[in-house]
Structures are given as structure tokens and as C-alpha cells.
Design a protein around this ligand. Sequence first.
Ligand code: ADP
Ligand code: MG
Length: 333
Amino acid sequence: MSLGEFSVIEQFFSRPVSPEILGVGDDAARLSLPPNTDLVCCKDLLVEGRHFFPNVDPFRLGHKSLAVNLSDLAALGATPLACLLGVGLPRVDSAWLEAFTNGFYHLADQWHCPLIGGDTVSSAHGITISVTALGFLPKDQPGLRRDCAKAGDDLWVSGDLGAADVALKVLSGELDVPSEIFESIRSCLEQPEPRVALGRALLPLAHAAIDISDGLVQDLQHLLKASHCGAVLDWDSLPVHPSINALNRQGILDDETIKSAVLRGGDVYELCFTAPSQHRQSILALGNQLPIALSRIGTVSGQSGLSLRSANGESIVLAGGGFDHFNRLNTHD
Ligand code: ADP
Ligand code: MG
């Protein structure tokens, strides 16, 4: 016999939390904020067939469900505090739930972000997962907002670009790449690492930040618009994932596909941030210490608009575009 709602909650979602927290099991959770901090909160929704394939590895899906939220906390420079998980399930599959929660708890433990509540319901149309993440920032710390970039700031990005988009195209049957290369890029899509430590460490160094989950160009444009600025990106300094460059050398991916994956590919949980040039050495030292690759990819300008400069000095204007749920033509601004 399949488990009922309350047995599912008891078996999979009721892990003990520290005694000062009122967690799963009562009508609502209760916990204290550290002294002199403000609450920071965010929510992301993942829908089967839209955000993940029905046959995705459940451990990786559990990881990603929390990772995409921790990435939003990271983009503000916040420290995780706790999380809540809502799930809609068409059926109770214990093996699936075991693997899903293992992936979720593994990442939650890594960032000391206990699961303190949620909701479990049956769903008529596939699996839906909604995570709310709670974090905190010191009261006197504005955090890494989108609207604080300044003309003259350096533009930076963490990690590398292009892999998640190519992996998605392979899984949707649009592209075919050798299996060993696919294995080297698959986790970028299915098991991204949220840049929590980086976000926190950037608080004294960066002016503004955003995570680029909807693509570098689109999300950077959100940041620039909020800051009433523009920017120039240098193509040669953009960190292309090594496997994507290898596919290019082998003639499997053409230049246009790579450009589009790097500039506009979504599902990237890296941070794009701006910082005054006097912090260059500190930022490079931070990258070595974490260690996370940090690339200086351009400059913020006082004039609106985003352009891309290539090695020969040619500049092209980058129009808006990245992932938009309600505009599949990607031609919006
Ligand atoms: P209520 O009906 O009062 O909303 P529920 O019976 O839905 O309460 O949930 C009982 C307890 O289990 C609550 O503490 C709730 O936060 C928790 N809970 C339910 N589903 C989940 C889940 N998917 N993850 C974490 N906690 C959950
Ligand atoms: Mg309920």
C-alpha cells in the first residue's frame, strides 16, 4: 500500500533540527534571527516538463531545488538560515522521494540551512516543487543589490559559461555530442553549485550583483537598467566552459551556437557582479582562496545599452533576450 500524506511527511520531511527551532510538525515554524540582522527571503518554483525532465535523477533534482534558491540568497550576499519545501506529487514513489530528499538535505547540510516546514499535496499533472529560502544580512549592510552599480566599475562573473545551455540542447534532442563530453557538462545543468560563500565574501568589495539564471545578457541588463547604467563586455574575457571550447575545436559546435550559449544560455547559477577597480587584487585573491574562478569581463559605463567588443576592437550592440516564460521568441527587451 502506498504511503499517505502524513506518513510521507514523517518519513521524508521530518529530520530533526536544532532544539531552539520549532520545525516540521506544528502548524508553523518558528526560529530566531541572529542579533542585528534583517530577514532575506526568496522562492523559486520548479515544474516538471518546464524546469526538469520527468526522468531526471531525483538526487540531482533535490539538490537543484534548493540550489536555485540559495543562489538567489547568494546574489544578495545573504547567509542562509532555513528553508521550506512545497511539493505536488502525482504519486508516492518512496525510492524517488528518498533520493530527492537525500540530494536536498545534502546541500542543506552543506550550507547549514535546515528544512523547517512545507506542504505536501497530490498533483494531477506532474511534479511541482516550490522552495522558500530564508537568510539574513546585517542590519547596517545594504547587500548586493541590483541597483547599485556605478559607471567605471569592473564587471565580473564567477565560474564558466555555456555548459548548461549545451547540456539542455543535448537532452532535448537538438544537439548530439560525444557522451564523455556530455557527462562533463551535464552537472552544470542538473546539479549547479550556489555561490553562497562568494556572495557573502563580496559584501565589502562589490557594488551590485545578480545571479544569471536567465542568461548573462538578460540578467546583466536587469542589473544595468536598475542602476541606470550601461556596459561593454569583452568577448575574449568571457569564461567559456572548457568542454564547450573542445566541441568548437572538434567542429561539433559552431561559433554562433557557442556565442548564444555563453551570452544567452539560462540555468546558470553564477554571480555577475560589479566592483570598483581598486578592489581588483582583493577579488582575484578571493577567487584563489575560495577557490572559484572569477573573470573580469567588462566595464560599466554611464551611457545606457550593452555592447560586446571582440578582439579586433569591433563592437556590437546586444539586444535583450534570454529565457522568458511568457515570450518564447526571446525578442523582448
Ligand atoms: P497544515 O495542514 O497545518 O498545513 P500539514 O499537515 O500540511 O500542516 O503539515 C504538517 C507539518 O509538516 C507542518 O509542520 C509542515 O510545515 C510540515 N510539512 C508538510 N510538508 C512538508 C514538506 N514537503 N517539507 C517540509 N515540511 C513539510
Ligand atoms: Mg497542509
